[in-house]
Structure formats: structure tokens, C-alpha cells
Design a protein around this ligand. Structure first.
Ligand SMILES: [Zn+2]
Length: 261
């Protein structure tokens, strides 16, 4: 089936207060020095909604679907259509990752199996999320997931599942209970970290997180494990909101993100 080729697709961009996405629970005065230069005149941080398109001679895989922006345009720019997609992998079920799944109440990727970590699916659909997450996030799942279920497109998998040859999931819980990372190819391949890190600061400050994290300690352990692996292998990494792919280096007791280019 040949080697995997991958690229980042940009669904859109957004702006959020640092306290929502980068350093929840940290006073602004304490967070500001580390974010210097990264905050605009309104005190907000801009970030992209990126997805991964991975292709070989048999499969067209899309990891995450953005927030409901220009995903189809980004696919077209890459020479693909929604109908071409054979597998959608959902790293977790937050609104900025499932926004492109449904259009006019119908699945946008009708020919794709939709691979979802079983723990993540049951958290959002089994009642456990109620009261633990913002209402808007729950509403996003209630909009996006039922059409996929009705169409029989959902494939629930283990958090370390082999999705296809050379494409496997790695457990990445903490940001959300069933989040997974996606590993593509061998040591020269990609590790897609999804929201295990959201900002370059998170490579150095493993304890800093978002207001949406369900378990901060678990998230920290996930980061340490995944970043250590990427640093040891010299593997390329990408994430949903980092602007660029890059590599991970050890720095002190933590890590540093070295963007490509
Ligand atoms: Zn998320």
C-alpha cells in the first residue's frame, strides 16, 4: 500500500483568552511573562483548527474535522473530496474536532468508517459528561454524533487500536477521558498529539492546561509520556492548535517545541 503521506489541513482559526486554553486557573499576572508576544491587543491568543490528512495508495484518512469551518475547501486544496475519505479518526469529541462531521444533518463523509475511542464515546453519550463540561460542548456532540450512529458509520475502538497498517492510536487521556493520539508510519512518521498540547508553552509547562481538561494530573502524565517518546525517536509531531508541525527536544525537566521551517 506504500508509505503514508500526510499534511495538515486548516479548517479555520479562532481567538480565546489564555485562561481558557493555555493556562487555566493561573492568574494573568503569573501567566503573562510566558505568553509575552503571543497575546494580541485584546488579550487573546489566536490559534488554528488543524486536522491531519493521511494518504497511501488505498486509504484517505482524516484525523479530526475542525470546528465547522472551511474543511471541504482545505480538502479540495489537497486534491481530495469528502467522498474520497475512507476513514475518519476522531481523537476526542470536543466541538473543535467534530465540527465538520455533519452537514445539513447528514454525515459529510458517507463512505468513511468513523473510528472513535470507545471510552470517549461513552463519556459523551452515556451521561457522564453532563455537568462536567460546558453545555455548548455537549450540544455539539448531540448535533454531530447521532447522524453518524444512524448511518452505521461509527466504529468504537480501543485506545491503542491499530486502525490500518502503519496507523495506530495511543492513549492520551486527561484533556478528555478517552482522548487518543495518532501515530503514523515508523520512526520517520508523524505523531499527531491532538489536544495533548495546545500551545508551545505546554511543552515546557506540563502542568498548564485548558479549562476543559477533565483530569489535569492524568493530562500531565499523558504529555510526559508522549513527548518523551517523540523526543527519543526524533519523530515529527503535530497537534490541533499549534500552527506548524515540528519536533520535540528535551529541555531541563521538560521539553521544547521546535517548529518546522
Ligand atoms: Zn479538546
Amino acid at each position: 500500500v506504500g508509505a503514508w503521506r500526510w499534511e495538515l489541513l486548516r479548517d479555520g482559526t479562532g481567538r480565546f483568552p489564555p485562561g481558557v486554553l493555555v493556562c487555566a486557573g493561573v492568574p494573568d499576572a503569573e501567566a503573562a511573562p510566558a505568553l509575552a508576544g503571543g497575546v494580541d491587543a485584546d488579550g487573546l491568543i489566536s490559534f488554528p483548527y488543524d486536522c491531519v490528512l493521511a494518504r497511501n495508495s488505498e486509504e484517505v484518512v482524516l484525523a479530526d474535522t475542525g470546528a465547522g469551518g472551511r474543511l471541504e475547501g482545505a480538502l479540495a486544496d489537497a486534491g481530495a473530496t469528502a467522498d474520497d475519505v475512507t476513514t475518519v479518526v476522531l481523537t476526542h469529541l470536543h466541538a473543535g474536532h467534530i465540527g465538520g462531521l455533519v452537514v445539513d444533518g447528514a454525515p459529510r463523509f458517507p463512505n468513511a468508517r468513523h473510528v472513535v475511542p470507545a471510552v470517549e464515546w461513552s463519556f459523551w453519550t452515556g451521561g457522564a459528561a453532563v455537568g462536567r463540561v460546558p453545555d455548548a460542548m455537549l450540544a455539539a456532540t448531540e448535533h454531530a454524533l447521532p447522524p453518524l450512529s444512524r448511518a452505521g458509520l461509527v466504529e468504537l475502538v480501543d485506545d491503542a487500536a491499530q486502525v490500518a497498517p502503519g496507523l495506530r492510536l495511543l492513549p492520551a487521556p486527561g484533556h478528555s477521558p478517552g482522548q487518543v493520539a495518532v501515530e503514523l508510519g515508523g520512526g520517520d512518521g508523524l505523531l499527531f498529539l491532538a489536544d495533548a498540547v495546545i500551545h508551545p508553552l505546554h511543552f515546557a509547562r506540563l502542568d498548564r492546561g485548558t479549562a476543559a481538561d477533565t483530569d489535569r494530573r492524568q493530562m500531565r502524565a499523558t504529555r510526559e509520556r508522549l513527548l518523551a517518546r517523540a523526543a527519543a525517536e526524533g519523530r515529527r509531531v503535530a497537534a490541533s492548535h499549534l500552527w506548524a508541525s515540528g519536533r520535540v527536544e528535551r529541555e531541563g525537566l521538560a521539553f521544547r517545541f521546535v517548529p518546522d521551517g
